[in-house]
Structure formats: C-alpha cells, structure tokens
Design a protein around this ligand. Structure first.
Ligand code: SF4
Length: 240
C-alpha cells in the first residue's frame, strides 16, 4: 500500500513539468491540433466546459469537427440571460447533441430563502461559489482533462494562461486551445464557419455571464469590464 501511494505521489510530481513542456510546444499550434491531441490522449476522460460565449462556441464547433467524441458541459446558474438559454437550444440542434447540464444545489428561490434575496449584491463570492464553483467540481469529477475557452487577451488576470497545465485543485490536465487567439481571431472563425452565437455580443456584451452581474461595455473598456462592474471582482472562481 505504501508503495502504491509513493508511486502515485511521484507521478503527480513530474506531470506538471511534462505538461509545461507540452504547453511550450503548443505555443504556435492551431487550436484544432491541440484539441485533436487532447482528444487522442484523454479520450472519453476529456470534458469541455463552456458558458456559451463566442470563444466557447468556437471551441464547441472545432471539437465537433476534430474530436471523435466530446463531452460538453455547462453550469446553469439559473440566472442566464434569455438569449443564452435560446442559444443553448439552438446549438444543441445545430450539433445534434445534448450538452451536460450541471445545476447548483439550491434553486435561485431556494438560495433567496436560505441566504437572502439577491445574494449576488451582498456577497458575490458566496453566490459564485454555490452557483458555479461547487457544480464545477461535480462536472469535472472522474475526468482527467478539462478543456476551456480561456484566452490571454480577455483580461489582465488571464494574460499568462498556459495552453496546457496541471490543475492542482481538480487533479487534472487543464487545456486552453484558444489561449493565443484574439477576439478578432475567434470572430473571424465564428463568422467563416457560421457558428451560432449569442445576439448580445452584437449589443456591447463581449463577455456574458449571469444577468444580474453582467452589463454592456463602453468603448475602450476591457473585454470583461462588464462583469461584476463596480466591484473589484474579476473572476467567478472557476479559473482561480
Ligand atoms: S455571476 Fe453573479 S449571479 Fe452568477 S453566480 Fe456569480 S454572483 Fe451569482
């Protein structure tokens, strides 16, 4: 038993270094090649998480084309814009799949009863933790690789996103095939391949999350400036 435990500790200790090397080698690779590698390497132990922003939609489109099979999940906080729910339906029809839907333990009404109405105004970290972070742990459980639509140009906090990295919290490989792509790159792909996208993107919302915590951005603002506007919060905690 001691031997087995020791061996597994050894594996985990060299994996991050190996992934760093793989990540470096992917710095100039196309996202489709990175996805293809991930799919071949991790098979049905790979999962792709999305909140249906344009990056996520582009990633889904690519994955449907280059991966033999792909599990796509999302966390339905119950507080999406109606346009987002409509997009999910449209995308499921377009690709002929059902995305895996995770929900928080408490409904929006249940949360209001237990923690007070409009918790996002009083304690957005607690709200994100219950409605997003806890369901994420359930979503990735049993998987060895988690593909995300993170891009370095989205915000200063994402500027150093590796293409491939070891995620200690969830004990899996985290992959960002679009890390090196820009907003322009994803839109060029989306329009060229007729990828379904959220109409709110055309109304000043480059980043779309829960309705109570998202506003349109003003010219010159950061792409994620409309998220938790008026507070210092910049991330919901899924990628911290
Ligand atoms: S983004 Fe806002 S409403 Fe959504 S889970 Fe976080 S705090 Fe709650």
């Amino acid at each position: 038993m001691d031997g087995v435990e020791h061996a597994s500790t050894e594996v985990v200790s060299w994996v991050p270094t190996l992934l760093e090397q793989i990540s470096q080698s992917f710095e100039v690779a196309e996202p489709q090649d990175i996805l293809s590698w991930a799919s071949t390497t991790f098979g049905d132990k790979m999962t792709l998480g999305t909140a249906f922003g344009v990056s996520g939609m582009v990633l889904i489109d690519m994955a449907m084309k280059v991966c033999k099979e792909v599990d796509v999940f999302y966390i339905d906080t119950g507080l999406f814009f109606p346009e987002t729910y409509e997009l999910i339906e449209r995308a499921e029809k377009r690709y002929g799949v059902r995305f895996r839907r995770l929900t928080p333990e408490l409904s929006v009404e249940g949360q209001a009863q237990a923690h007070g109405a409009r918790l996002w105004e009083k304690d957005s970290n607690k709200c994100c933790s219950m409605r997003k972070v806890v369901p994420l742990s359930q979503a990735v459980r049993g998987h060895t690789a988690w593909v995300t639509g993170l891009r370095r140009d989205q915000s200063p906090t994402r500027r150093h996103t590796p293409v491939v990295q070891w995620n200690k919290k969830h004990q899996l490989v985290k992959i960002a095939p679009l890390a090196n792509w820009t907003e322009k790159d994803v839109w060029t792909y989306a329009l060229k391949h007729d990828v379904p996208y959220n109409p709110l993107h055309n109304q000043g919302f480059p980043s779309i999350g829960c309705k109570p915590c998202t506003r349109a951005v003003r010219p010159g603002e950061d792409l994620r400036a409309g998220r938790w506007s008026g507070s210092d919060k910049t991330e919901c905690g899924l990628h911290l």
